[in-house]
Design a protein around this ligand. Structure first.
Ligand code: HEM
Length: 462
């Protein structure tokens, strides 16, 4: 009797404890939700997004996140809370504060997600490191290589790839009347150009009409995976970049790094004597020279630099080219206007060859306008370029933000701002860049997050 009473008392005590624990946990959860919500309660946005990043993950999984972001800004205004600690900024006037050289907004944890693996560990590069000191060490010796003066010296290599491109199009399509997927061919062209300027070697995307070593597919797969994982970065830390797991099961070297390393090895194995076509001032030669002059640069920098060119330079260029061609074909009046501009320049003897040079292109306003308009209308990246509010906090679009808040501008949103680009901001209209009002033109240029032909990316982004 006494035993059963004791057991009953113990059971009811356990039940009371469990209830108390449940109540405590519930209260803790409520407090957590209130604190999480309060952090950015002054910023409007979808209610659920205040509590979980799964909402923005879902948008990315639709593969149309850029359109979701545009709609959100139409609904909520220039600031939209898209995660518990993440704010999307729509106002292009904030570009300078968030991305300018004078600001101290470092890259968010989204960027390491973009680091490929090499020799069992994540390999940081210029584009995807959060470490400002490493970025400085890696960038200083090579920044001048990306200056416009230097880039122009690559022009003849781009031209030689261009003549192969036209020859292949003539041979395979113009002469046979076969249908050409110009998008794919422009992508092959962009990859061969990057190969030519980085390793002095056209890699055979055009001549072979192929995806050499599956690299296009690998880059697609890399970004396809990184975009959603970047919305919930802890998954990457836990699974992909976990040192313990990497020690137990070393991750394989990324095909992108392997590709860059193999091309660099092939290129280094050649001497100018062996190959008369070798451009001994290609990126790789200049990287090797830059590294030899600076002891602070780590050994793996060469691989990181060449990989950066492939990862950051090939698809971006291909997307821009595709956008230009697509819209010129879709809007024949603009194609006609461009052809007319080129013809007039040729008739006046202002063009030296069929391939318009950089210095000649600068004086062709409609061509310049088409390039800017393509970068505006279809930026190669569809998500916010995330940055972290510095320790002193910041005021963005008139609202205060605490240190550590993640903020970012999606170029797709900023580039459609009607107060800057006019009521036709969502359509192709290169003539907007020819407007007489210089102040307006400058405001539009400052509102571009893509590279403008007059502003190479290295001068814009620290
Ligand atoms: C239309 C073509 C291109 C566009 C629109 C573009 C755009 C950009 C943007 C917006 C950034 C900054 C990204 C961020 O802060 O999150 C960037 C960085 C970078 N881009 Fe490009 N890019 C293009 C072509 C290229 C090419 C051809 C190369 C190399 C040959 C290249 C190499 C890089 C590198 C190395 C960085 C990192 C710079 C740094 O962090 O200091 N890009 N690009």
């Amino acid at each position: 009797m006494a035993l059963s009473a004791t057991l009953l008392a113990a059971a009811s005590l356990a039940k009371a404890n469990a209830t108390a624990l449940g109540v405590c946990m519930f209260l803790l959860l409520i407090i957590y939700l209130i604190v999480t919500y309060a952090r950015l309660s002054h910023v409007p946005g979808p209610f659920l997004a205040s509590f979980t990043n799964l909402v923005r993950l879902r948008w990315v999984l639709t593969r149309k996140a850029q359109y979701v972001h545009i709609d959100l800004h139409k609904r909520y205004g220039q600031l939209v809370r898209i995660g518990p600690n993440v704010v999307s900024v729509g106002d292009p006037a904030e570009i300078q504060q968030i991305y300018g050289l004078t600001g101290h907004f470092i890259k968010s944890a989204f960027y390491p997600v973009l680091q490929p693996h090499a020799k069992g560990a994540a390999m940081p590069g210029l584009f995807n490191t959060q470490d400002e000191d490493l970025h400085r060490v890696m960038k200083k010796p090579i920044a001048s290589i990306y200056s416009m003066t230097n880039l122009v010296s690559f022009e003849s290599y781009v031209n030689s790839t261009m003549s192969v491109f036209f020859k292949e199009l003539d041979r395979r399509f113009a002469e046979t009347a076969e249908i050409c997927d110009l998008g794919v061919w422009l992508q092959r062209f962009a990859f061969d150009v990057i190969g030519e300027i980085t390793f002095s070697r056209r890699l055979g995307f055009l001549e072979g009409a192929q995806d050499v070593d599956g690299i296009m597919h690998s880059i697609w797969h890399h970004f396809e995976k990184a975009a959603p994982v970047g919305q919930v970065c802890w998954v990457d830390k836990l699974w992909n970049k976990n040192r313990m797991l990497a020690w137990l099961w070393p991750p394989p070297t990324s095909p992108i790094v392997r590709f860059a390393t193999e091309r660099a090895d092939e290129r280094k194995a050649k001497s100018p004597m062996e190959d008369s076509d070798l451009n001994n001032r290609d990126f790789l030669s200049r990287f090797i020279e830059a590294k030899s002059k600076d002891d602070k640069v780590p050994d793996w920098a060469l691989t990181a630099w060449t990989t950066s060119n492939i990862l950051a330079g090939s698809d971006t260029t291909a997307i821009l080219l595709r956008t230009i061609l697509y819209n010129l074909l879709r809007y024949p009046a603009t194609m006609h206007q461009l052809q007319q501009e080129l013809q007039e320049a040729a008739d006046k003897g202002e063009l030296s060859t069929d391939a318009v040079t950089w210095s000649e292109a600068k004086d062709l306003p409609f061509l310049d306008a088409c390039i800017k308009e393509a970068g505006r209308l279809h930026p190669p990246f569809g998500l916010q370029l995330e940055r972290v509010v510095p320790p002193e906090g910041a005021v963005i679009c008139g609202k205060p933000f605490k240190a550590g808040t993640i903020v970012g501008i999606n170029a797709w949103v900023a580039h459609r701002d009607e107060s800057v680009f006019g009521s036709n901001a969502s359509i192709w209209d290169p003539s907007r860049w020819l407007c007489e009002d210089e102040g307006q033109r400058k405001t539009m240029e400052r509102s571009l997050l893509t590279v403008s032909p007059r502003k190479p990316v290295f001068s814009r982004y620290g």
